[in-house]
Design a protein around this ligand. Structure first.
Ligand code: GLU
Length: 449
């Protein structure tokens, strides 16, 4: 059986790091198994869904390289939900309810006051035909609930959490349709998962109790409408928390815009999120084939996964150090060439810092403050500078011989004179880029002080 997974965002906001992680894992689960990864836009909430969010979701996924094999949109599939609803109604598995939000709130409070779980009391099921007709004649329009079967526990083997068991009598019959005819999330999602042949539902653990309810919906829908389909497998990953271990507000707004602004490579986000919360080590792995190879739900832990921005920075820097010139050429400015990129790369935490370091080559550089002794030494350096294949090696070799200096006192004044800085890229790579004429000028300028 080919695996079909889906990422199903509601376009009521931008993707944040938690959604990105769910999208990535669904993509990985499909791709590792040669399957299909769907992007399903859950836009049944017409009031809160926005077209610009849908576009941003597509753009963010494209930037991350999480490419869907197909895109579906719930607002274009309303006829399917109506057909499923009709079938469930026919089978007596949905029922109309007439309580106002205020009435429901009151019932809830009363139950809580009696120490009962605050679930719906199924009052609407007790209404007679006449009572119902009277309500409708008086202008009351019903909303609809799915009737949970109470006879046996709901159980499944969760891909991350292991054996799960729920007592349906402890759950509210979920509202699936509002009085205005619009759909709540639960039923359309189950209909789509069946209709699209989704084999694996992988989502955050905030959906565990939805799964319990939806399992009964799947069973009812398979019986009523989709006899050729099967219940998907379910897996719920532990939520992402901030470094301090708390569900942080910041994570909820941390998304691709913030990452782009900080010049984080998409590969760094992918490398981190692919393994965060698993027993596999988080490493700067650029090759997705390697990440896919080791992807396995059985490595996912049940404890919340800690997202640490300093870890992301660390992974980013390590991946920048691996980037080939061809990967970054179109992002480099000021004429940085391949040799320049190689010289500078080990000093970067972000690609955007390349221009800063490149200034050491093209100048102007800052004039270092040096002792009289060092200035004399640099005068000697300017005199001994000879150009060849390895000018740095030649220069330092000649100076060592001529002055007896070694180590820091041999190298540091040269670096300072040639770059204006006390640290930086490898001088052996940098000096040929600076060139003979500039190098001599800088040595002489430093010697003059
Ligand atoms: N639209 C739902 C959400 O964003 C989808 C959940 C699911 O994966 O089924 O929470």
């Amino acid at each position: 059986m080919t695996i079909v997974t889906r990422f199903a965002p509601s376009p009521t906001g931008r993707l944040h790091v938690g959604n990105i992680r769910t999208a990535l894992h669904n993509w990985m689960l499909a791709k590792k198994n040669g399957g299909t990864f769907l992007l399903r836009i859950d836009d049944t909430d017409a009031e809160r869904s926005r077209e610009d969010y849908i576009e941003a979701i597509r753009a963010d996924l494209a930037w991350l390289g999480i490419v869907p094999d197909a895109e579906e949109r719930q607002s274009l599939r309303l006829a399917k939900y109506q057909a499923a609803f009709d079938a469930l109604k026919q089978a007596g598995q949905v029922y109309p309810c007439y309580e106002s939000p205020q009435e429901l709130e009151l019932k809830r409070k009363i139950r809580l006051g009696r120490g009962l779980p605050p679930i719906y009391d199924r009052g609407a099921l007790d209404l007679s035909e006449e009572e119902r007709a009277a309500k409708e004649a008086a202008g009351s329009v019903p909303h609809w609930r799915f009737k949970l079967e109470h006879d046996e526990p709901i159980a499944w083997n969760d891909g991350v959490r292991g054996a799960q068991k729920f007592d349906p009598a402890q759950l509210s019959d979920p509202v699936i349709r509002r009085a205005d005819g619009s759909w709540l999330y639960m039923l359309p999602s189950a209909v789509d998962d069946l209709d699209m042949g989704v084999t694996d539902v992988l989502r955050g653990e905030d959906h565990v109790s939805n799964t319990a309810v939806q399992i009964q919906m799947f069973t009812a829908l398979i019986a009523a409408q989709y006899p050729a389909r099967q219940m998907p497998a379910f897996a719920h990953e532990a939520l992402l928390v901030g470094k301090e271990g708390k569900l942080s507000k910041r994570l909820g707004s941390l998304g691709c815009d913030a990452f782009r602004e900080r010049d984080i490579e998409p590969t760094a986000i992918i490398a981190l999120l692919a393994r965060l919360g698993t027993s596999l080590p988080v490493e700067p792995i650029a090759d997705r084939a390697v990440l896919l190879d080791t992807f396995d739900l059985s490595t996912f832990g049940r404890a919340p996964a800690k997202f640490d921005e300093t870890e992301l920075e660390r992974i980013n820097a390590a991946l920048v150090h691996q980037l080939a010139f061809a990967d970054v050429a179109d992002r480099l400015t000021d004429g940085i060439d391949e040799a320049g990129w190689h010289a500078i790369r080990p000093n970067l935490s972000h690609v955007s810092e390349a221009a800063e370091w490149w200034r050491l080559v093209i100048g102007p550089i800052e004039q270092p403050e040096l002792s009289e002794d060092d200035r004399a030494y640099l005068e000697e350096a300017a005199r001994l500078l000879e150009w060849g294949d390895e000018p740095w090696r030649a220069l330092t070799g000649a100076l060592k011989e001529a002055t007896g200096r070694k180590g820091k006192s041999l190298f540091l004044p040269l670096r300072q004179a040639l770059t204006g800085m006390a640290h930086g890229p490898d001088m052996g790579e940098l000096l040929p880029l600076i060139g003979e004429e500039q190098a001599r000028k800088r040595l002489e300028a430093a010697a003059r002080g």
